[in-house]
Every structure is written in C-alpha cells, then in structure tokens.
Design a binder for this molecule. Structure first.
Ligand code: DN4
Ligand code: BGC
Ligand code: ZN
Length: 361
C-alpha cells in the first residue's frame, strides 16, 4: 500500500476536499501520474449536486474527481507504452450493451457504462493510478504537455461534428461548390467547450461566432482575438449580426430560453446541437410557433454526449496542428494552474477563466 493524495467529493460530509488514501499500486499494466487535470462544468455540477447522474464507485462513500487529464507513464508492463510517454486516459468505460461492445460506449444504450470521476468509477485527480492500455491514448507530440489537457474536452467536439455529419445528410447542407464556405455556425457560450467548438468550426471552414449575454473581459477578448476567433455580446449587438441566419447552432449553455431564441434564427435544413447541460436553468417558453418553425424548415435537433477513442486520437492531431500554428497563443487558453489543495476552484468558474487546471508536482 502506498499513501497518495486525491481530490474527493460526494463523501458523507459533502463538498470537495483533498484526502490521503491508501492505494494498492503493485498490480498494474500501466502506472500513471497526472501532470495536469482540467476542471470543467461537469466537475462543478457534481460538487454542487446539480448533476444528478454522478455516483460513487461500489463500496466507496466518496468519489475521486477528475476526467480531463494529461499524464506521464511512470512504468508499463505492456509493450504499447513506456516510462515517460504522455497519455490521455479515456473517461467512459464500457458496460455490456451492443454499442459498448464495439467501443462506442459514448453511445451506451442502457446507461450501464461508467465514467471516471463522474459515474461509479474513481477519476484521475490522484497522485498515481493504474490503467489498461485499451483506455489510454498516446500523445506523440511531447510539446503538448500543457495543451494536451484539452484533448478530453476536444474529443466531445469531434464526436459532435460526427453527429452533425450524420444528421446533416438528410438534405443537401453544403453549398453548390461542395463546401461549407459561407455557412454560419453560432456557438452559445464562451467557456472551454465553446472555445473548442469555435476553433473546430473554423477549422472545417465555417464562419464561426461565439455568443454570450454579457461582454467578455479584456483578457479573454485578447486570448480569443489572438487566435482570430469572433465573439458577439448578443444583449447589446444589433440583430444584423445574424441576418444571414444560422446553419449550425451549437449550445454549451444548457439554457432553454437562449437556445430557443437562437433556434428561431436557424435556416432551412439547419442543425442544432445540444451539448450544454444545466439542471438548474429556469424553464423557457417553447411555443407551437416554435414547433411550426422547426417542422417547416426540416431543422434537426441532436443531443450529443462524450466521444469514442478515435475522437481522442483526432483531438491530439488537431491540438498538434493548432499548437504548431499558434504556440503560446493556444497555451494562453489554460488561464490558471492551481495546486490540488485549492478546492475553491470547484465551486464556481474563476474570473477570466477559459480552462483552469490542477497542476500535480
Ligand atoms: P462552462 O465553462 O461552464 O461553460 C458554459 C458557458 O455557457 C459559459 O461560458 C457561460 O457563460 C455560458 N452561458 C451560460 N448561460 C448562457 C446564456 N444564457 N447565454 C450565453 N451563454 C451562456 O462549461 P464547459 O465549457 O466546460 O462545458 C459546457 C457545457 O457542456 C456544460 O454544461 C457541461 O456540463 C457540458 N458538457 C457536456 C459534455 C458532453 O455532453 C461534455 C463536457 C461538458 P458565463 O455565465 O460563465 O459567462 O459530453
Ligand atoms: C465529459 C464526458 C462525459 C460527460 C458526462 C463531460 O464533462 O467530457 O466524457 O460523458 O461529462 O455528462
Ligand atoms: Zn469535462
């Protein structure tokens, strides 16, 4: 048994804290230590209990947090990995349904999958942990030691674009030149996932715009501006910003009122991707006229969660490309690094935050 530090929640005394636990670390295939672990809306939802689906692993009265991680291999007993490799562990672990059995536990059909740091499985916010090679994605580019922590949130975006590709085929979505040039994506929200959706939309040649209901700080405007990303404060900007309509609407806010306000601007054969979740959002008014609008325009609304291992691999490839293009400008998206003991970061978004991470020394 070794004593290790872990960030835990869901214990009988509530909240979030750092606990020293006894851990068995002699029987492993790959032994890992985290370099950075990201904190996101999901972690905060678990800690505040607004996300009702989180639960502790069997036999435990607490849950070790952490699902966004970049780790170093400490030791490996399998040929695929060696000490010093950079890896990202996969969040979702398969149950026994047909989707889980083909490596698509992101589309689990009976809810019996588990998610590290979320549902029934300890997460990656612990000084060392063991994992199976099947659930590890190698990050070949060693310069991604920092931004590699964005692999996990970016994999969700890649799956969402796969969903978009599938559902947009019901009618011709592309332009006459076979591209999406001139097609408009609006991303609701300005957090890390919204940022990654906007980067990816632009990568795919869409016109991409991030929106929020308030102005952004100078610091965040500069980070987005340096990366050439566009933002509109919809509470102040004129409607003309959206006069060409929206071809693909992506929501990261989980706010029904905002989603339906923007949905009313979606073009014929448009697609709406619902991604943000917010159990505490006030109900929105959804009318018969809204149903008419959606029906008459063949609008597709698709929810999407998680992603498959192939999306993690694609995410490392895009991060390698973007890091080579933007360097420090991309690194600035990691807006602050905290020690594990700073548990206040789990209670609310930090000022000027895009991605806050825990740094494991
Ligand atoms: P986040 O950093 O909390 O981002 C949420 C963003 O939505 C913030 O920028 C909010 O702005 C913004 N927002 C809230 N209300 C509105 C509104 N009415 N109009 C415009 N913007 C608004 O969280 P994240 O980026 O880590 O994740 C985004 C969401 O996706 C969360 O709800 C996660 O639970 C969910 N998520 C889903 C999956 C999945 O389906 C994976 C990861 C995350 P402000 O209020 O902070 O200014 O697999
Ligand atoms: C993770 C997903 C997970 C989801 C659960 C997200 O933060 O990125 O992998 O499925 O939370 O809602
Ligand atoms: Zn997350």
């Amino acid at each position: 048994m070794t004593k290790i530090k872990a960030v835990i929640t869901n214990a009988p005394d509530g909240g979030v804290s750092v606990k020293t636990i006894d851990a068995e670390r002699s029987n492993y295939k790959v032994l890992l230590s985290p370099i950075y672990t990201g904190v996101c809306g999901t972690d905060r939802g678990i800690v505040s209990s607004s996300l009702k689906f989180a639960y502790n692993p069997e036999g435990y009265d607490y849950l070790i947090l952490g699902h966004e991680s970049i780790c170093e291999v400490l030791d490996s007993k399998v040929p695929e990995f060696k000490a010093g490799d950079l890896v990202v562990p996969v969040v979702r672990r398969p149950g026994d349904c047909v989707n889980c059995r083909i490596g698509r536990q992101d589309n689990c059909s009976d809810g019996k999958k588990h998610e590290a740091g979320i549902t029934g499985m300890h997460g990656f916010m612990q000084q060392t942990f063991a994992d199976d090679p099947e659930f590890l994605v190698k990050v070949e580019d060693k310069s991604l030691k920092e931004v590699g922590v964005l692999t996990e949130p970016l994999k969700n975006v890649l799956k969402a674009f796969e969903v978009f590709d599938t559902v947009s085929k019901r009618a011709v979505f592309h332009g006459k030149d076979s591209t999406v040039l001139g097609k408009n994506v609006v991303v609701i929200g300005t957090g890390c996932e919204a940022f990654l959706y906007t980067m990816m939309s632009r990568e795919l040649s869409f016109n991409a715009l991030m929106v929020n209901r308030h102005p952004l700080s100078e610091k965040i405007m500069k980070i987005f501006g340096d990366l050439g990303l566009r933002f509109v404060n919809y509470a102040e900007e004129p409607e003309s910003q959206f006069s060409a309509g929206i071809d693909l609407l992506i929501d990261t806010s989980g706010d029904p009122t905002t989603v339906f306000n923007f949905l009313r601007k979606v073009n014929y054969n448009g697609v709406v991707i619902l991604f943000g979740t917010n159990g505490k959002a006030p109900p929105g008014a959804f009318t018969g006229a809204d149903i008419d609008y959606i029906v008459e325009r063949n609008i597709t609304i698709a929810g999407t969660v998680d992603a498959a291992k192939k999306h993690y691999i694609q995410a490392t490839e895009y991060l390698t490309k973007w890091h080579a293009l933007y360097g420090e400008k991309l690194e600035n998206v990691i807006t602050e690094k905290f020690p594990p003991e700073n548990t206040a970061i789990f209670t609310s978004r930090q000022k000027d935050e895009i991605k806050s991470v825990i740094e494991w020394k």
